[in-house]
Ligand binder design. Structure first.
Ligand code: FAD
Length: 458
């Protein structure tokens, strides 16, 4: 249904003319995220500047039954912000003010459109940081809505663990402010956690108070090569069980190591599975003891190459290479699109999941780029293909299905951090069973008309 002119006129009354657009290029920029999912054009894109404007926009849409899809930076990998039913996209990127830093309480108040990298640059002056790191230039609102996590979740948790308070515009335009500034609370139902991972289907998050962490004075990193994926992932599981507390524990399968060697000048790792390890702490001596324990575990599991004592600059390059892996994979397969795998399992089941992923990739004759935040049991395997070539795309769909099914059978989940979006909707019943009914009822309670990011999650 095209947006009636009368509604467009009313929306134009809410924001300045340069913050509302029906122009083709703006609509196209908001039709697709970073996934392969089919683009859908919205009817109009609006860039509000504060909560009040968001509320007025949503109220108009609510009265007229117009779909509303919030948009952060569009870096999702499962079609999460694609406006599948058209309507209004509310792009929060101009709500990008850091509203206040309370360094003594380790808290910051931000508007939802603040990009987490910009936030961390600012916080560095205070010796503080916000640990979740999805690599891409995501907004804090998008990170809350997808419950993003990334490489440091193993030590500091996911975004949901660091939310103190939210400001949310509900489907009828009402503004609520769940949460507390206190470090702990037992007061009532935890609405902040309900909005974390809600992908824009329950409300539009406009402001967030985050809990921060002090930047650790010392870092220690190591890279370790293993003869096979099983010994690498078994070691990861043992490191966690031994009570050590790494800040990052990343796995790269052999195909990923090849790409890092090919596309970076700095690195020439042995062509075998690789683990990146990082410890954060207050003094070098303590970290060195931890790393020695890790070295012992790695050697016991047959590690073939252990490099520690990586300097600050090399460490930055190492992480950059890890972040760039997604781009390396795209560069290696020009013209093809990635289907994302984002399964997560209990840590003891990691070796089984990785071995299974590599085996079915091999059997299906596709290149399995297995990597992930292995320390938190989260494994990706982007598979490159052409969504318009049904026969070959069906092979990828089948692998996606088998891998998710296997992860769930191991007690795991279809999505560790990317969210459900469009791509993982098909697994919700399998993963949640009868709980799905309650989720649907919650959605109905918050959004009885179904206008918020319709066509997603359920
Ligand atoms: C190369 C690459 C690597 C990545 N690596 C990781 C990773 O390691 N870990 C990880 O967790 N993710 C990763 N991601 C995925 C993505 O970056 C995250 O999911 C991120 O949180 C999305 O944020 P965004 O601002 O782009 O949100 P968008 O993609 O714009 O939106 C995300 C979802 O939230 C909704 N939404 C957006 N803003 C709001 C709001 N203010 N209120 C309510 N709903 C809202 C949207 O409707 C959508 O459903 C990666 C992506 C890329 C491209």
């Amino acid at each position: 249904m095209a947006l009636p002119d009368s509604i467009l006129r009313r929306l134009e009354e809410v924001v300045d003319p340069d913050r509302i657009s029906t122009g083709e290029s703006n609509l196209s920029l908001h039709a697709k995220d970073e996934s392969f999912h089919e683009p859908h054009l919205p009817d109009v894109v609006i860039w509000p500047k504060d909560t009040e404007e968001v509320s007025r926009i949503v109220r108009i849409c609510h009265d007229a039954n117009i779909p509303v899809t919030p948009w952060g930076a569009g870096t999702s990998l499962e079609g999460n912000p694609i406006p599948v039913r058209g309507g209004v996209v509310i792009d929060l990127q101009q709500m990008n003010e850091i509203l206040g830093i309370r360094e003594d309480d380790l808290q910051v108040d931000v508007q939802a459109g603040v990009v987490f990298k910009d936030l961390n640059k600012k916080l560095a002056r205070y010796g503080l940081f916000f640990p979740p790191d999805p690599g891409a230039s995501a907004t804090i609102g998008g990170m809350v809505a997808n419950n993003a996590s990334g490489i440091r979740a193993i030590k500091y948790g996911a975004t949901k663990d660091l939310i103190q308070k939210l400001t949310v515009v509900l489907a009828d335009g009402e503004i609520i402010r769940p949460g507390t500034l206190a470090f702990k609370t037992s007061s009532g139902l935890d609405l902040c956690r309900l909005f974390a991972g809600s992908e824009g289907i329950l409300g539009i998050i406009t402001e967030i108070t985050l809990r921060l962490v002090g930047i650790p004075p010392e870092f220690l990193s190591a890279t370790v090569s293993f003869p096979d994926a099983e010994s690498a992932t078994q070691t990861i599981s043992q490191i966690i069980r031994s009570g050590l507390s790494p800040a990052a524990l990343e796995f790269l399968g052999i195909n990923c190591v090849r790409l890092v060697n090919k596309y970076t000048e700095e690195f020439d790792f042995p062509e075998s599975p690789l683990v990146f390890i990082e410890f954060h702490g207050t003094n070098k001596e303590g970290l060195a003891i931890d790393l020695d324990l890790v070295r012992g575990l790695c050697e016991d599991n047959g590690a073939t190459h252990f490099q520690a004592g990586i300097g600050r600059q090399a460490r930055a390059k190492l992480w950059q290479a890890r972040y760039d892996l997604h781009d390396f994979i795209l560069r290696e397969h020009p013209g093809l699109e990635p289907m994302a795998i984002d399964t997560a399992v209990p840590i003891s089941k990691l070796p089984a999941l990785v071995t299974y992923a590599e085996r079915i990739a091999l059997e299906s004759d596709i290149i399995g780029y297995v990597f992930g935040h292995a320390g938190s049991g989260n494994i990706h395997m982007p598979m490159m293909g052409n969504p318009r070539d049904k026969t070959s795309w069906d092979v990828l769909e089948d692998i996606n299905h088998r891998l998710v099914e296997y992860a769930i059978s191991l007690g795991g989940t279809a999505t560790g951090e990317h969210g459900v979006g469009i791509g993982k909707m098909q697994f919700m019943e399998m993963e949640h069973g009868t709980s799905l009914k309650i989720m649907r009822q919650i959605k109905h309670l918050f959004d009885p008309k179904g206008i918020l990011n319709p066509g997603k999650m359920f």
